[in-house]
Write a protein that binds this ligand. Structure first.
Ligand code: SAH
Ligand code: SF4
Length: 356
């Protein structure tokens, strides 16, 4: 039996645990300091806890829900992907460490953005996405989401100060664990990362969006749009049949009523599918309605998929059509350096070796 991981325990949950184990409530704060301030990986190091408590904890709990099995460097930009094996059953997920871009923030190498996975695989099956090809194996627990952050810090020797949920999986389809993880990520007793440093990327899970809005934190929201009409969007994103634009856009308007930041629309440019100039005009209309900015992502080739990336001049023409319509637009070409080139298309080459 795999021991449950303590990472996802909030202060309140630890206080309850201390009561259950017959210890004073103030031990919860001490324990939490060891877990988050000192990032301790061994109960034996928790020198101000009574030995009996340390032994009880060690018998029942773990401090890390995953172990890193591979770290790979990208050829450009200092981006590093790592592969972690979950403590139970051995499923694998990828995460991506992205150093702060030079120029931005004064080329400080002490700042990193981490792209985390929220599920093993994904049930949404978007037609351009490597993660979707796998289908969904299971949700990640809050501890497994948190564990990726601690692993990234251990690999890089640097604190993670920006977090993007753009790895494998649909974060809003795992909303309970996402919210539990976010609570500890944002808590001063936990990782103390501010909501404005956290981006949730969603393919448009409408009930999940409502729950995230109710959570009431000024998180950043990225929405994978990839089609500005139901016809085009449904062609590449089956989720659009469940929550078509007629439901998604009002839910985003609702988000805007409480949200503090502009929504970002992610739009992959795919030759002959959604990259025609009339589509840019439709995208501009939607973006204006939602007061959103647009991040264009020239499609990155996924082995086994038929789609084609448009030429650079075509991508530029599409971007120009948006900016001429007054929509803030960004586009990045460099592979590996760009968050979207690095995350969002994580696919395990080693699945099958994951079990056991
Ligand atoms: N499920 C969430 C988060 C993970 S995907 C979502 O869909 O938003 C993160 C981003 O990477 C999404 O915008 C996704 O559409 C994009 N992405 C997936 N496959 C890609 C590919 N082959 N080329 C470029 N971007 C891709
Ligand atoms: Fe899932 Fe996002 Fe990939 Fe779609 S793009 S299959 S929602 S991970």
């Amino acid at each position: 039996m795999v021991k449950p991981c303590l990472l996802e325990y909030t202060r309140e949950a630890l206080v309850d645990l201390m009561a259950e184990l017959g210890h004073k409530p103030f031990r919860a704060a001490q324990l939490q300091e060891w877990v988050w301030k000192h990032r301790t990986t061994d109960f034996e190091q928790m020198s101000n806890l009574p030995p009996a408590l340390r032994a009880q904890l060690a018998e029942r709990f773990s401090l890390r829900p995953l172990s890193v099995v591979e770290v790979s460097n990208s050829s450009t930009g200092g981006t590093r992907k790592f592969l972690s094996r979950m403590a139970d059953g051995g499923h694998l997920v990828e995460s991506v460490i992205i150093p702060a871009a030079e120029g931005k923030g004064g080329s400080r190498s002490d700042r990193i953005t981490l792209c985390v996975s929220s599920q093993v695989g994904c049930a949404f099956g978007c037609k351009f996405c490597a993660s979707g090809l796998l289908g969904l194996t299971r949700n990640l627990s809050a501890s497994e989401i948190l564990g990726q952050i601690l692993a990234a810090e251990e690999i890089s020797g640097t604190r993670v100060d920006n977090l993007v949920f753009m790895g494998m999986g649909e974060p809003l389809a795992n909303i309970d664990n996402l919210l539990s993880a976010l609570t500890l990520i944002m808590s001063p007793e936990g990782l103390n990362i501010g909501a404005r440093h956290i981006t949730i990327s969603t393919s448009g899970n409408v009930p999940g969006l409502r729950r995230l809005a109710e959570f009431g934190k000024p998180l950043r929201l990225a929405v994978s749009l990839h089609g500005a009409s139901d016809e085009v969007r449904s062609q590449v994103m089956p989720v659009n049949r469940k929550w078509p634009l007629g439901q998604l856009l009002p839910a985003l308007e609702e988000w805007n009523r409480t949200g503090k930041h502009k929504i970002t629309f992610e739009y992959i440019l795919i030759e002959g599918v959604n990259a025609m100039l009339p589509e840019a005009a439709k995208l501009a209309r939607i973006s204006r309605r939602l007061n959103a900015k647009v991040n264009l992502i020239p499609y990155n080739t996924v082995e086994g998929l038929p789609w084609v990336r448009p030429s650079e001049s075509h991508c530029r023409a599409f971007a120009k059509a948006l900016s001429s319509a007054g929509i803030p637009v960004t586009m990045r070409y460099e592979k590996g350096h760009d968050i979207n080139a690095a995350c969002g298309q994580l696919r395990l080459k080693r699945e099958g070796q994951g079990e056991g």
